[in-house]
Design a protein around this ligand. Structure first.
Ligand SMILES: Cc1cc2nc3c(=O)[nH]c(=O)nc-3n(C[C@H](O)[C@H](O)[C@H](O)COP(=O)(O)OP(=O)(O)OC[C@H]3O[C@@H](n4cnc5c(N)ncnc54)[C@H](O)[C@@H]3O)c2cc1C
Length: 394
């Protein structure tokens, strides 16, 4: 017989969203929070781009999960296997059945190389492949540093990529590395991206373009990477459906939702299994006591930690409001796109669902890249993440 335990609020996933939700719940007086998470190590994903380009150390990237679980939260070291959303009962891999009066679903999105033909083989044995995924970072760093001439191709995917626009960081940092080494003129740098323009917000797009032009990057819009073989990258799109032979390719990984979402009937139609969610209230459309935050949800907005900071606060507040019979709070799709445009420069574009530029700091211009934004993103934000965001203090 399965062991069953009920929590006031049960959170699935202790990544950026789940951990901060649990911490906010505790700070706001929720006495009984359960958290389901199998991983023993917590990675601060934004640093992956800096570790993979040699601007941060490996040991800065992660911390033991046990040091991050908020005080008073019951950590269930197992994976959620399925959710009965009516009863809000979660069946776990270790046989336990856990119930929540409210459920916060935050299992993130998974890197899924099976969606790109030849990717697994190319990553294992190919001489030219790099990416910012944890486990590949040392190789990425070494290959970028070693390139002295030839062709380098960088990829930027559309949604559902996690932290989509931040995937421009490796391109710009690599270009600046090559410029400083005096070899940029000998390297043909190509950016392939899937949309019509690199960034959806005009002002941020203009700033990105300025730097792409400065480094002499050839940009190919509406272009997909569809396969890999050794040094050959297969591209498909109106500008180039061809095989390109390269000396370095930087892949933006494909993402899939955790199977748990569709297996539990929580998925949104046509999304391949990402969770249905009201993008303003963070509530599941058919199950009002199931709340979705983070990369696993189909909010239609950029999937970022900056967005999550607002989503988590909205979801936690809405749990309280719904219980008190009050009108729910609404999240406006705020997100942030920190894009390093060199080894010591960064553009910190903030915007919302309507693609309006937002400013959370009292400064005249966050979009024009500067050293101050780089220092914020590279050094201050990791500390803010570990000590404030994951502690529910921000
Ligand atoms: C390379 C990279 C760089 C980025 N840079 C930035 C940036 O500069 N700024 C920014 O704002 N955002 C950035 N992002 C985006 C940001 O990191 C993500 O949006 C954020 O981590 C998503 O948080 P999450 O909680 O939804 O998912 P995650 O942080 O991925 O956490 C999901 C958790 O759920 C757990 N889990 C999965 N399945 C189950 C299950 N069945 N049962 C229980 N637990 C489960 C996982 O083990 C994991 O711990 C970046 C992302 C990447 C990949």
């Amino acid at each position: 017989m399965a062991r069953e335990r009920t929590h006031d609020v049960l959170v699935i996933g202790a990544g950026n969203g789940g951990l901060s939700a649990a911490a906010h719940l505790r700070r706001r007086g929720c006495r009984d929070v359960g958290l389901i998470e199998p991983a023993e190590r917590h990675v601060y994903k934004p640093l992956q781009n800096y570790v993979g380009t040699g601007l941060a150390r490996d040991d800065e990237l992660s911390r033991p999960q046990s040091t991050l679980i908020p005080d008073g939260v019951a950590w269930h070291r197992t994976a959620a296997v399925s959710i009965d959303p009516e009863r809000r009962v979660v069946r776990c891999a270790n046989g336990a059945e856990l119930r929540g009066r409210d459920l916060v679903v935050a299992p993130g999105a998974l890197v899924d190389w099976s969606l790109l033909s030849g990717a697994r083989e190319a990553l294992a044995t190919g001489p030219a492949v790099t990416t910012f995924v944890d486990g590949e970072l040392a190789r990425t760093r070494d290959r970028i540093a070693a390139l002295r001439a030839g062709r380098a191709l960088f990829q930027l995917r559309a949604q559902p990529a996690s932290g989509r626009e931040t995937a421009l960081k490796p391109l710009f940092i690599a270009c600046d590395t090559w410029r400083r080494a005096g070899v940029l003129d000998d390297i043909e740098v190509i950016l392939v991206h899937e949309g019509d323009r690199v960034h959806p917000v005009e002002a941020i797009d203009a700033e990105v373009r300025r730097h792409l032009d400065r480094y002499g990057v050839e940009v190919r819009p509406a272009t997909h990477v569809v396969g890999l073989r050794e040094r050959t990258v297969e591209l498909a799109g109106p500008h180039c459906s061809s095989d390109e032979v390269v000396d370095l390719v930087h892949l933006h990984p494909p993402y899939s939702p955790p199977a748990l979402i569709a297996d539990s009937g929580l998925d949104a139609e046509g999304t391949g299994g990402f969770a249905a969610v009201d993008p303003e209230t963070l509530q599941h459309p058919s199950h009002p006591r199931v709340w979705i935050v983070g990369d696993a949800g189909d909010l239609g907005d950029a999937r970022t930690g900056g967005a999550l900071r607002h989503q988590v606060k909205t979801a936690v507040e809405n749990i309280r409001r719904q219980r008190a019979g009050l009108a729910l709070e609404r999240y406006d799709g705020y997100t942030v796109a920190p894009i390093a445009t060199g080894r010591d420069r960064l553009s910190f574009g903030e915007y919302d669902r309507a693609l309006r530029v937002r400013r959370s700091l009292p400064v005249p211009d966050e979009i024009r890249s500067s050293r101050a934004w780089y220092l914020l993103d590279r050094y201050a934000l990791p500390q803010i993440y570990w000590h404030r965001i994951l502690r529910g203090r921000l």
